[in-house]
Unconditional design. Structure first.
Length: 338
């Protein structure tokens, strides 16, 4: 297939492009580099020994999006584009609603106009909200969120589903849990702008000396060691999930199907710190601070639907996640140049 990857220069997008190319698909990337770097695309080209067409513009611009679809014939779209920092979304909700919804509107309009009927959408486990029993299952209702970022995912799922059912689309909604890790080469990885919002990049920046120590937000939860437990998934496994969804999308009986992408096994904050220290030999200084508002004690996936219907399951261990993160961070202590 010829696949348009929206947000293909980002953390998950870049790893997915590598796997798409290695599987024999043609790929075109559109990205405005708001939260990514052009260097990532160059490194993906080196990893795949290929030229990847790149269009640099904001997908919220419907005219530019339409012009791209008018100029090229795509068989499918994978939609990663969007703002993704939970904390920032609370401070700047309008920024998140406008960007994350408008980009989807532009893509859906152009897809409908030009007969592109396959879409894989980057969703999130945040759509399960605070009340979902654990492990989270795709059948849980009602979808909800505790922050504007999560609500944009809930709203996008609703909008995309309505359009798909009306217009003959096939859509896979992929609900991520906690993506970590990096490509085994260490040449592409996660490069958050500013202070990291997630645990693993914060740990790796402490390890490389960019930050003095890690703050663990609470150690009095009802968990094995008192710290929050999350379902961490290697970005390479996550990318493989997108490839599996794309290659099974025509077989879906329903026009819209949600799939959890996770390991099904939660790991605590302290457990991840210890795993990183063991995998790398680098000590991670930390202090325990107060609980962070909105943090749940435990969240993890039931990934059985993706296993049964897409033939997908994770292959990478926590040790792999830590070792690959460190290989990337130690080789790129300041992230991507430029």
């Amino acid at each position: 297939m010829h696949v348009l990857v929206a947000g293909g220069a980002g953390f998950i997008g870049s790893h997915t492009v590598v796997q798409l190319k290695n599987a024999g698909h043609d790929v075109t990337i559109v990205d405005d580099f708001d939260n990514s770097k052009a260097t990532a695309v160059a490194r993906v080209e080196a990893l795949t020994d290929s030229h990847i067409p790149l269009h640099v513009f904001d997908l919220c611009d419907p005219d530019k999006t339409e012009a791209l679809f008018a100029a090229e014939r795509f068989d499918a779209v994978i939609h990663f584009a969007g703002h993704k920092a939970v904390g920032e979304s609370v401070q700047e909700p309008l920024k998140y609603y406008k960007n994350n919804l408008d980009s989807t509107f532009s893509l859906l309009r152009a897809m409908a106009t030009h007969g592109v009927r396959r879409l894989v959408f980057s969703s999130s486990a945040t759509v399960y909200g605070d009340e979902s029993p654990q492990p989270s299952q795709e059948t849980y209702r009602p979808l909800q969120s505790s922050n504007p970022y999560g609500w944009t995912k809930v709203m996008n799922e609703q909008i995309i589903g309505d359009v798909a059912r009306a217009g003959g689309f096939k859509v896979a909604l992929l609900r991520y849990f906690n993506p970590v890790g990096a490509h085994a080469s260490g040449t592409i990885g996660e490069d958050p702008q500013g202070i990291p919002n997630n645990l693993m990049p914060f740990i790796s920046q402490v390890a490389v000396g960019r930050r003095d120590k890690l703050t663990v937000f609470g150690d009095d939860y009802d968990t094995a060691d008192g710290t929050c437990e999350r379902d961490y998934i290697h970005v390479e496994d996550l990318a493989a999930g997108h490839l599996a969804a794309l290659e099974h999308i025509d077989e879906m009986v329903e026009p819209v199907r949600a799939f959890n992408l996770g390991t099904g096994v939660p790991t605590s904050v302290l457990g991840m710190i210890k795993a990183f220290e063991t995998a790398t030999g680098v000590p991670i200084p930390y202090e325990v601070g107060p609980r962070r508002a909105g943090d749940l004690p435990v969240t993890f996936a039931d990934p059985s639907r993706a296993r049964d219907e897409l033939g997908w399951q994770t292959a990478k261990s926590i040790e792999d996640m830590c070792a690959d993160t460190w290989r990337w961070q130690s080789a790129n202590p300041q992230g991507y140049p430029g």
